[in-house]
Design a binder for this molecule. Structure first.
Ligand code: CP3
Length: 349
């Protein structure tokens, strides 16, 4: 294993090589939410089909996954779905408006006990079929990323029932009913481990966990609640030979804790420099990020300067995947994405 990890293989796509901290011929880049509303071809489909039907119809979900790959020479594809989709498969009733709204928020031990285990092939077969279709049709042999919400981020939606700035009910739940919270996190950790393992079985070549609301927690509560849950998911996936990526939004104060986690790549928002992140994480982790999505609104020459800053801060040690620090905004000009991708590929660091 160690020998394979340290010897670069020119047939390995740049994205997967970077996940494993191997040298790459060019800096790989993909964009969080690269399939979505900033693309006119996505909006055209969405005018005809609601979001949920898009995610549940493999031909359409695969088509949306591939749309950005046809436009830009991106280094990875990411499954088109949502972090809440597997919870629907577990019987949680929710609507996308467009953000997910849970009809009956989960706040009691009885509701937690009643949550069934997730059986991906039975409960979300359309996700697995989408991945098979994407793998069969992806251009240039580009690797395909599967994903799930990290347990604490899913808890935020399940307990609050809707997105919010503060997620007050979810945070209060941690303090008011810590044991119930830990039980829910454990259930979600196991369900997401099953879900991600099934995605790998259906063709996903890397697996990403989104901790979008990590920034709500003080480091102590992050270590008590969020980290053990994601560690449990990661441990269950370690037997697979698939790189794991943990995206931690607003995670800079949490990096020392995150460094303990047995995953390959840490994704981070734009609020910290990658050089600092790499210093805290040490040489054993690759990093992904972290251009501010707002930078895509800069004039072209300025955008190049902002991309340069990210590349410089990431440094020349192997193990950097260029990305935004959070999802691309729906009003972004696709031409700015085209320029960014080309620039990152051309720039020699
Ligand atoms: O990255 C991709 O291109 C893959 C698709 C993807 C979606 N959601 C599609 C989507 C991914 C990876 C997600 C993950 C997701 N979903 C996260 C984690 C990433 C993050 O942004 O922090 C979260 C927190 C969610 C929950 C969620 N789903 C929200 C808050 C919203 C509304 C957000 C918005 O931009 O309006 C959704 C709906 C959603 N998921 C849309 C898309 C394209 C918009 C739906 C539409 O077309 O109407």
């Amino acid at each position: 294993m160690a020998a394979r990890m340290s010897s670069p293989d020119s047939a390995t796509p740049a994205f997967l090589a970077a996940c494993r901290r191997q040298p790459v011929p060019h800096r790989p880049i993909w964009i969080m939410r690269q399939a979505g509303r900033y693309l006119p071809e996505y909006r055209a489909l969405r005018a005809k089909v609601d979001f949920e039907s898009l995610t549940r119809t493999p031909e359409l979900a695969a088509e949306v996954t591939l749309q950005p790959l046809r436009r830009f020479p991106l280094d990875a594809a990411i499954l088109f779905s949502d972090i809440m989709t597997p919870l629907q498969g577990m019987g949680v009733e929710l609507a996308f408006e467009p953000a997910p709204i849970v009809r009956e928020p989960i706040r009691s031990a009885a509701q937690i006990e009643a949550l069934p285990a997730l059986v991906p092939a039975r409960d979300v077969p359309f996700v697995l079929e989408t991945l098979r279709l994407v793998r069969a049709n992806v251009p240039r042999g580009v690797p395909v990323i599967g994903f799930a919400g990290a347990p604490f981020t899913l808890l935020c939606y399940l307990v609050c029932g809707k997105p919010s700035k503060e997620f007050a009910a979810a945070r209060a739940f941690l303090y008011a009913q810590p044991q119930a919270a830990e039980r829910l996190l454990g259930r979600l950790a196991d369900a997401m481990a099953e879900y991600l393992a099934a995605q790998a079985g259906a063709g996903a070549q890397a697996l990403m966990l989104f901790e979008s609301w990590a920034g709500l927690l003080a480091p102590r509560e992050f270590v008590q609640f969020a980290l053990p849950a994601v560690a449990r998911t990661a441990a269950a996936l370690r037997r697979l030979d698939v790189p794991l990526i943990y995206y931690v939004n607003q995670g800079s104060p949490l990096m020392a804790a995150v460094a303990q986690l047995d995953v390959d790549v840490i994704g981070i928002d734009w609020r910290t420099s990658l050089s600092q992140v790499r210093q805290v994480l040490g040489p054993g982790k690759a990093v992904q990020g972290n251009l501010d999505p707002a930078a895509l609104f800069a004039p072209p020459a300025e955008l190049r300067r902002y991309a340069d800053a990210v590349l410089t801060e990431a440094g020349t040690a192997p193990g950097h995947i260029f990305n935004l620090g959070h999802g691309i905004w729906p009003d972004t000009d696709p031409d700015a994405v085209a320029r960014l991708v080309d620039y990152v590929h051309e720039r020699r660091s």
